[in-house]
Design a protein around this ligand. Sequence first.
Ligand SMILES: Nc1ncnc2c1ncn2[C@@H]1O[C@H](COP(=O)(O)OP(=O)(O)OP(=O)(O)O)[C@@H](O)[C@H]1O
Length: 368
Amino acid sequence: MSVTISIQDLVKKYGETTVIPELSVEIQKGEFFTLLGPSGCGKTTLLRMIAGFNSIEGGTINFNDKVINNVEPGKRNIGMVFQNYAIFPHLTVKGNIAFGLQNRKISKPEIAEKVDEILKVVQIEQYKDRMPKNLSGGQQQRVALARAIVIRPDVLLMDEPLSNLDAKLRIDMRNAIKEIQREVGITTVYVTHDQEEAMAVSDRIAVMKSGVIQHLGTPQEIYQRPANVFVATFIGRTNIIEGTLQHEHGQYSLQMGQGYQEPIANIQVPKSEMKSTLPVQISVRPEEFNIRQDQQGMKATIVHSVFLGQHTHYFVDLASGQRVEITQESQTAELLSPGQTVYLTVKPDKINVYDIKGELNYTGRVQL
Ligand SMILES: Nc1ncnc2c1ncn2[C@@H]1O[C@H](COP(=O)(O)OP(=O)(O)OP(=O)(O)O)[C@@H](O)[C@H]1O
């Protein structure tokens, strides 16, 4: 029941093209682990390798201590849920869920008991005798999930399971999936390109680009200290601003925009790159700016505002001409008007400073 998945130096090639070059990761027992990244980054390819549907051109996949590279898919004890449900249209809900058990030499009363138990877990007991065509998309997806977990798999693999559902149902279902996964405790690998969905369900996320894991961490770590500019811009919204990092008497300060300099702690620049002035890219999330009227900070001009109830979203031009997005709690004070001059400061501990290529986060833990 439930395994650790260790992936070592895994390589996937299609003909001459390498889609995954030497990927290593360890997915913990019972963990909800998500592969997140843009279309074509190799999420599905990696999931299919874990399932056994794709050949492996190098490296190993282990379930606990056992190498499963050459174990056929049917013998890996895996449950799978796909985007298109893949439930049998000619079987009832019960029939669909029982299907996987009927091949497993389990007695009929025992099958009925297991099916009833799972119907409760995924909360579709009242539909057990219905045909799939008489169910909503969300209910069909619950059937698919029930069918995948009723066999008590060691690993649950899900590939974009919610993408066919409408926006509200997607949110309800992702909460349901998270709850059910927690209840049954199966090691789960989940594929999505939707960063909000990934943040909502995952214990840890691997953000991928071109077959390479760019950042592996908890949703909080990935949001607050993205490893590089690609991750910072892929997860949530952010502003990337050019600036310079000054180093004097062992202290760092950040120059951003005209006339705005802020001492900054927790900076680690590799010795080989250290200069007294280093051009950098700075990532500031919209909610980390302070808008001020007291001439402290970067001078900027309000372009327009969008009132969203609890929050107001401002588009603001810096003196350099760069437009940034700022989210503020809507206060009782009046909205700032287009054309109005304001001053911006940022919370220094919340910003991320990257090398000029955007590849290395000087603010995070980096290898010196
Ligand atoms: N059978 C195949 N033959 C050749 N190339 C393939 C094959 N399957 C996938 N690829 C390529 O491998 C890369 C990774 O594809 P994959 O489907 O794993 O991406 P993905 O991250 O799951 O994308 P999406 O979110 O669009 O499903 C892509 O460049 C794709 O074109």
